[in-house]
Write a new protein. Structure first.
Lengths: 489, 489
């Protein structure tokens, strides 16, 4: 069965979409009013079902995406861990940000303070657009689905056509596990097709949407989301160049390791990571340029699908034919299918002269090496970048880089020191997001437990009797949620 | 000096705007890198300077807005309290949401966890559009300015022409206090004129914007904000009907008090509160309709400015001439200037048949009384509303209204029990916001300490040495900020 015929046969019809949206709407109340711990139990069961199906899912994913089975197994494990970590977030209850102000007749504002109690509740049905490059972790059962479900929202998942069979099989397993765990019907559904995705995004029953993909694709969807009669939050993770800055001291201390690790990082997953280091600044005279020029780059690996292949080739041709750019090193068939990895070369002066052109994202196995003369150039160079998911410094503790760190924190959601941006751990303190065009919502993350915040909205209850309050706001606090009471935590 | 000539003379020119934006950009680093407690000290000094100027400011405000001096004095007190409460928020440090994950080689995701530390930092220069109806609390030194400055951002304040002299004088006092307190130049500036506001909103140096005003005005500005090459968060607080639901039991127990309090609430400030109860549902046979029909409404009071006057008259004409609407009671000159208060009347059946028309916001001293037959009608009636800032129930503890509370929490940011929505206390648990069109960002509040979150963005630091971390993420925690460490609070 070819991927193509399968994708074509599966486009969601208008009638199917209407039914799915109606069911999602119906599921709002029963899913959202489940206790957080009960939702956590359901997420755990979904995770267990997916883990148990690894032997079916991984070969399917490998066939459709050309990604290596080992990498895919790790990604599935990451995804089921993610579901369980959101379960833990629910049981902890801190995500509710519960706040209680007792009535205070002497509140210094000048008027008595009423009894006010505020916490977060589900925002409503969420439309998730799956990514192509992580068929598990940013797809059907990925981070957006996990965080939106955890927050108490039904999810309508627009499948990526690049791994359609995997998407359908993953959804079947999820649906069976959800039903088995007693989740309400309609809490999750898969849709397919560009038109179905757009129609769903316009539907008033959808209350938030998330997306991982290209800048033009994400911006077009964002424009739909914010142009609706009722505009909705749109959390798009789009493009990033992920610059890396090597200080002269780091180059002197660890030049060989940096060269080797950089080559691994920019070619990981054939360069199809949104955190791929697309630019590396290296000091003149450190020998790194020469080492890279002499390096043997990894073999060519087939890209995820035809659109990524043609996009990569087009962008690489543009970049490598730029008058300010040279080819530093590349494998035998840099524009072939599969494409051999490429490193381009330019200088700090050129980047300062034409930053937008030379810093354009090239999604695939290519990166740009930029030679600079003096540590003091790095701040002005860093300032040339648009918003980023990550920015990295390789330095020594004695390097005077506080100013550079500050500029990078203005530009990027995650700043790294002596590590590499590929690999985004799912943790409590992770931040995967950044100023536009890294994302459309610089104040949020799509990885880590804080990702749940995207799919919640606050409500305050004023003067309410105990029995009509959400449990986390009742005096007895049966959920034992952490709370702020009268401004004290 | 007439208001008009003063407003005309003060339109910010392109050259002035360029200088203001350049200065705001320059102030980003020095203001944002001040310790939170130092910024709190500055806010305290601004508050003290405004309090000390009350005798100048209140007469100016009264002249320009027609609001009573007593109300204005209370509003100024609220505003300076607000500045101090954000100062307290800064000293507490919880707003930083500091999270530390120590490196963990056995992290169950399947790959070692790096050392990750995440906290919030200022988003960048904020453009605040002042409201007309609260010349202190939602204007030059109001909640948006206070929360954006507290978050560490320079503020460019677009003055409302309805109280231009007051705006200029308030800004002068603030600027003097900021300078005296050692705040960097450029941290605050006032601009005037519709075009200057739009140009500022389009400028790439502005990184977020907030607005309080009408639905069409707010939506037009939001469209600019999200259409920029780099779209930015736009926090608009627009319109709300603020429905009130009186149960039969409450009507029986406290009908007289409800009638009296409702009349006070909908005519407070001549009905020019975004939380004015615009609709009240009363049970048939309770006598409330008859009591309201016989009520003597308060005297006519001049509205804030000509645009509000003409908007009120137009909307009231539309509503009262609707075939499903009757006039219940009104003063001698309901369409005059000043306009006498009006109560309109219709029934539940009519509202179910034409909700959008009958629930349209009428900004000024008017409200609609809707008679219903049975408590069970309230849920379907509540469902007819768009997003709201508030929704209110007057009931008895034994009323079966859990379902109604749930629908109202889906619709509104604040739900009240046996109180009235006018009066929005500045507290830790306040929520002033709601689904569109109440606001353009259902996940935020513009009143209360959580309002600071709108003007922050998260950054994670991976693998960093102590001396390059923000203080709240250093092991020593010199700010003593509350933190989540390895998932534990």
């Amino acid at each position: 069965m070819s991927t193509k015929s399968s994708a074509t046969s599966a486009e969601t019809s208008n009638e199917e979409l209407e039914q799915i949206l109606a069911m999602a709407h119906t599921a709002v109340r029963p899913w959202g009013s489940l206790r957080p711990g009960a939702r956590a139990d359901v997420l755990d069961k979904v995770a267990a079902a997916l883990d148990a199906a690894a032997e079916q899912l991984i070969p399917l994913a490998a066939e459709e995406t050309h990604l290596a089975p080992g990498r895919l197994a790790g990604e599935l494990k990451r995804s089921t861990f993610q579901l369980r970590l959101f379960g833990q977030t629910l049981r902890d209850g801190g995500y509710l940000d519960a706040r209680i102000d007792h009535a205070d007749p002497h509140w210094p504002m000048g008027a008595p303070r009423p009894d006010l109690r505020r916490s977060y509740r589900p925002i409503g049905p969420v439309l998730v657009f799956a990514a192509s490059n992580f068929p598990f972790a940013f797809s059907v059962a990925g981070g957006d689905t996990a965080s939106a479900l955890a927050a108490g929202n039904p999810v309508v998942l627009k499948a990526h056509p690049g791994h359609h069979q995997l998407s359908e099989r993953t959804a079947e397993i999820m649906l069976a596990a959800l039903q088995e765990a007693g989740a309400p019907e309609g809490v999750f559904a898969l849709i397919s097709g560009v038109e179905a995705g757009k129609e769903a995004l316009k539907d008033p029953r959808i209350k938030a949407s998330s997306f991982t993909g290209s800048i033009p694709g994400g911006r077009a969807l964002m424009d739909i989301a914010v142009s609706r009669p009722e505009p909705i939050p749109f959390y798009g993770e789009l493009g990033s160049n992920n610059p890396v800055f090597i200080t002269p001291a780091a180059a002197a201390a660890r030049g060989n390791a940096i060269v080797e690790e950089f080559i691994s990082s920019f070619t990981l997953g054939a360069g199809q990571f949104c955190t791929k280091p697309g630019t590396i600044f290296v000091p003149t005279g450190s020998g790194i340029v020469e080492q890279l020029r002499a390096a043997v780059l990894p073999d060519a690996v087939k890209l995820l699908h035809d659109r990524i292949q043609s996009g990569f080739v087009g962008r690489l041709q543009e970049l490598s034919s730029h008058e300010r750019m040279e080819v530093l090193v590349q494998g035998p068939d840099p524009l072939g299918d599969p494409p051999s990895p490429t490193l381009l070369y330019t200088t700090a002066e050129h980047v300062l002269a034409a930053p937008r052109e030379l810093e354009a994202e090239c999604f695939g196995p290519a990166a740009v090496v930029i030679e600079y003369d003096d540590l003091a150039q790095l701040v002005p160079l860093a300032k040339t970048f648009e918003g980023q998911l990550t920015a990295t410094i390789h330095g020594e503790d004695s390097d005077p880089v506080a100013g550079l760190v500050e500029v990078l924190a203005e530009k990027a959601g995650r700043v790294l020191w002596n590590q590499w941006p590929t690999g985004v751990s799912v943790t409590y303190a992770q931040q995967h997001g950044g100023p536009y065009p890294a994302t459309t919502s610089p104040h949020t993350t799509s990885v880590g437990t804080a990702a749940i915040e995207r799919f919640l909205r606050p409500v305050a209850y004023q003067g309410f009797p105990q029995h009509l309050l959400p449990e986390e706001l009742q005096d007895a606090n049966p959920l034992r949620a952490p709370r702020m009471v009268n401004g004290q935590r």
